[in-house]
Design a protein around this ligand. Structure first.
Ligand SMILES: [Fe+2]
Ligand SMILES: [Fe+2]
Length: 474
């Protein structure tokens, strides 16, 4: 399964054996590069960036590290190896052979799933495109660019499926993926969270921590798909996604570390004093967490969803780690507990499990994100500071689902409009908070130097030292 880098489009799918497909993708390639130069990282064309590139899709050593100019990054098509006699593991077709082609009756649904996933990839590059101008270090700048080129590659992954399996419609969708723009009033990206701004590095780290983690759970459930090319594509994407989550978790953790150190030096937890010292106070970090947690939560959709049930029964999208779940994998008679709002109370009720698959995936994500928050909390714990980060209630600040029409406090209490108006500034970043965070952003690009508001990482990338020249500007 080595990747052929002699081709114009690196791939491990024997692209050259299908000339029509190869030509179509080679035709899309310049449009992609145009999009990258227009919407990719600002001003970065000439930089040499210490990036990893996939050399093989095997679990061990898929990455090769070297200096690369981003427009010359070898974006390509990488699927994990196919398994012999692979069977569908859930839904109505459980036990049948997996599909190598799209069944006609599922064509439009599957195309929609692939387009929606594909759309998030360039969207996040667009959201992050100005961050390079204010990087807190060369190390962080390199990590940003690594995430960006890999999101670009994820777009390639989805466009390959569209071209290879959806004919003319697929090619048209491939073009449209390069035409929508994050935050554009006339032609926005498909999902709301991908039209939000990522205006500063704290937002970037929170985004990669929370929203790339949604990516992980969406990809993991698509990696179960009965449509085998989609499953294999998503499996490989997951290995790239792991680094994005690391960037986010470690980024925030280093901010917490720095703030806690200054709290100890100054013997204070007074946000005004800490801001005067140029670090981000912990309550402000908590507000950013609340914001990104709630906005990302909406990406899973409504708690009760007939679409989610259809995706499952038809075999298009499974559950997170489907194979590890001990049940019949059909869910005709199972139930699942969801929260509901009745009058002024939040209660839970049992609903058919098939209808609650969005909620189940959201719950899996919450468990995973909670583990990340627990790791963050070791930092204040170690430094003897009694602040702990907590995830807000699932109903907090929601725009989709049961809680869309009510106001919920982070602890789950339902609030009257007036209470919410009065208090939400304590729970979500205010304009003032954002301006403060923004005021800290300024580039710190000398090898080995780190901005005042963030600690250096414990170790570098690929065993390089933390003062390594991760980006050369030329
Ligand atoms: Fe991605
Ligand atoms: Fe990602």
């Amino acid at each position: 399964m080595t990747i052929d880098y002699n081709e114009r489009i690196p791939n491990n799918v024997e692209l050259s054996s299908n000339k029509t497909l190869q030509r179509a993708l080679e035709h899309w390639q310049p449009s992609y590069l145009n999009w990258w130069s227009e919407m990719g990282p600002d001003n970065s064309t000439n930089y040499d960036v210490y990036l990893r590139t996939a050399v093989s899709v095997e679990a061990n050593g898929w990455a090769n590290f070297d200096y690369v100019k981003m427009p010359e990054y070898r974006w390509g098509i990488f699927l994990t190896p196919s398994e012999e006699n692979k069977k569908i593991t859930f839904g109505d077709h459980k036990g049948d052979d997996v599909w190598q082609e799209v069944p006609g009756e599922y064509r439009s649904t599957l195309r929609r799933i692939i387009v929606t996933q594909g759309d998030t990839e360039p969207a996040s590059v667009e959201q992050q495109r100005h961050l390079g101008l204010t990087a807190p270090s060369l190390y962080d700048l390199r990590n940003l660019f690594q995430v960006n080129v890999e999101e670009g590659r994820h777009l390639w992954a989805m466009v390959y499926l569209l071209h290879a399996h959806f004919g003319r419609d697929g090619r048209e969708e491939g073009e449209a993926l390069l035409e929508r723009r994050s935050g554009d009033a006339d032609n926005p990206r498909i999902l709301t969270a991908f039209n939000e701004k990522t205006p500063d590095w704290l937002s970037f780290f929170m985004f990669t921590f929370a929203t790339d983690r949604d990516g992980k759970f969406q990809l993991a459930s698509l990696a179960e798909s009965a449509f085998d090319p989609l499953a294999r594509t998503c499996k490989f994407m997951l290995t790239e996604e792991a680094h994005h989550l690391f960037v986010g978790e470690q980024g925030v953790s280093r901010i917490i570390q720095r703030t806690c150190e200054v709290m100890n030096q100054l013997k204070t937890d007074d946000p005004t004093k800490l801001r005067a010292a140029g670090v981000i106070d912990l309550p402000t970090l908590q507000k950013y967490l609340n914001f990104h947690f709630s906005v990302t939560s909406d990406l899973y959709g409504a708690e009760i969803s007939s679409n989610a049930a259809t995706y499952y029964t038809t075999g298009l999208k499974g559950r997170f780690e489907e194979a590890k779940i001990a049940d019949d994998h059909k869910l005709d008679h199972s139930e699942y507990e969801v929260m509901d709002v009745a009058g002024n109370k939040v209660l839970s009720r049992h609903v058919p499990a098939l209808s609650a698959l969005n909620e189940r995936l959201r719950d899996d994500w919450v468990t995973d994100i909670q583990a990340g928050v627990n790791r963050w909390n070791r930092v204040p714990e170690k430094l003897g500071i009694d602040f702990r980060f907590v995830l807000p209630h699932k109903g907090f600040n929601r725009k989709i689902g049961m809680f869309a029409d009510v106001h919920t406090a982070p602890d789950g209490r339902l609030l009257y409009e007036a209470e919410w108006t009065h208090q939400h500034k304590n729970w979500l970043p205010t304009e003032e908070d954002r301006l403060y965070v923004h005021s800290l952003m300024g580039s710190c690009l000398e090898a080995g130097k780190y901005a005042n508001w963030i600690s250096p990482p414990a170790r570098g990338i690929n065993n390089k030292p933390i003062d390594f020249e991760y980006v050369r500007f030329n």
